[in-house]
Design a protein around this ligand. Structure first.
Ligand code: ARG
Length: 387
């Protein structure tokens, strides 16, 4: 920008003030090929004013260009290409960086408007996975970029602290768990219990039923279920905060999935009012055939809500509380369909701001060419459709 303006001023002098600097500046281009110089001035527009061939003007004008910041002037057809003096430009840039420090390169396009960034978002009672690590670093970097562009960033850690898996975990803890062991090594022990549940459930399907019941109790606020859940959550967050400290990442909110427990009825009601909710196999869904997507499951046959329901509530909450200009979700690409459905449902509900939501996907880390799954104890949760 700065050098474009300087070049325009030189041209202004060379043209005897015939054409205003601003008009010249807009004509200056940055050559795609670096070999053609740092900046280029095409003479076609001047040709109309001066009634001479553009190549001739380029040639005549080039002889009048002289400046310490310009190392070389080259005429190629109708173009005047200039090469900046690298030493001067580097010195100048370094001096500017030293002067402006962390403000160097800052823009004001955001006008302090809010941008929410959903990042990290690990699941409690599970180890922090590679995917969560990637979401944390990519999301945090995006937050810095957003801030640099003059927006206000809001880092939200949408902790996975709700869902049917907590019913399973409580069931496993009630049958095989020992408080002492959990206290000693919470995440490892809870994961062991979770894996055991899945191993045992293969031959004992009644466990799945018990898990479902415990989750229902949790949703209904049962005291025992709630206090176990709270304990698992607290221990997990302690472990996660150790990782965040190492990475020097801070969050503005830890409102996770459980936070939306009392905010989902409203979503369901709104969907009903807008006549978007239909019954399918005793479950409540929003059809998205017109958007060429599979239906979005809102409520299961037993009335339990789902991951998508909580994300709908979260999106509404974020819009109403933060009034975001942009809402980013930094989540692995295995959840692309989920985010497409989420945005499609919000759009159907009539919220134009759904267009300002962006899923930022990233690839999955494989181990020996395969997915890692926590259920089998390999370290990564594969999200099932029931969560
Ligand atoms: N806890 C989820 C998982 O580990 C990621 C949540 C991403 N954020 C969201 N708003 N859905 O798969």
């Amino acid at each position: 920008m700065k050098y474009k303006q300087a070049f325009a001023e030189i041209l202004f002098e060379a043209l005897d003030h015939e054409i205003p600097v601003k008009d010249l500046e807009v004509l200056i281009e940055k050559p795609k090929n670096q070999q053609h110089g740092d900046l280029a001035f095409p003479c076609f527009t001047l040709a109309k004013v001066k009634r001479k061939s553009p190549a001739l003007i380029a040639h005549e004008l080039s002889t009048k260009i002289q400046s310490a910041t310009i190392e070389k002037v080259q005429v190629v057809g109708a173009y005047i290409n200039i090469f900046l003096n690298k030493k001067l430009v580097s010195e100048d840039t370094v001096a500017e960086i030293i002067k402006q420090q962390e403000n160097y390169g800052a823009l004001d396009i955001g006008k302090n408007r809010p941008v929410t960034i959903d990042l990290s978002s690990p699941n409690i009672a599970k180890p922090f996975s590679m995917g969560h690590l990637r979401s944390t670093v990519i999301g945090n970097s995006l937050a810095f970029i957003v801030e640099k562009c003059g927006y206000k960033s809001i880092r939200i850690n949408h902790i996975g602290d709700w869902g049917t898996q907590f019913g399973k975990l409580i069931t496993a803890y009630k049958i095989w768990g020992e408080a002492e062991k959990v206290k000693l090594n919470p995440i490892k022990e809870l994961l062991t219990l979770y894996v055991k549940f899945h191993d045992e459930a293969e031959s004992n399907p009644s466990l799945v039923e018990q898990g479902r019941n415990w989750f229902k109790k949790l949703e209904d606020g049962d005291e025992e279920a709630t206090s176990l859940w709270q304990w698992f959550r607290d221990e997990s967050l302690k472990e996660f905060s150790r990782i965040y400290q190492l990475m020097n990442v801070q969050f503005d909110s830890f409102a996770g999935e459980a936070f939306y427990n009392d905010k989902m009825d409203r979503v369901v009601k709104l969907l009903e009012e807008k006549q978007l909710l239909i019954e399918s196999d005793q479950a409540q869904v929003v059809e998205l055939i017109d958007k060429e997507l599979p239906p979005c499951l809102i409520k299961k046959s037993d009335g339990a809500t789902l991951y998508a329901t909580r994300d709908l509530a979260a999106a509404l909450y974020r819009k109403e509380n933060y009034d975001f200009d942009l809402s980013l979700y930094v989540v692995g690409n295995e959840q692309s369909l989920h985010f497409k459905q989420l945005m499609a449902v919000l759009e159907k509900m009539g919220y134009a701001w759904a267009n300002n939501m962006v899923h930022i996907p990233f690839g999955m880390m494989l181990k020996d060419g395969k997915k890692m799954s926590t259920r089998k104890g390999k370290g990564r949760l594969i999200r099932g459709s029931t969560k």
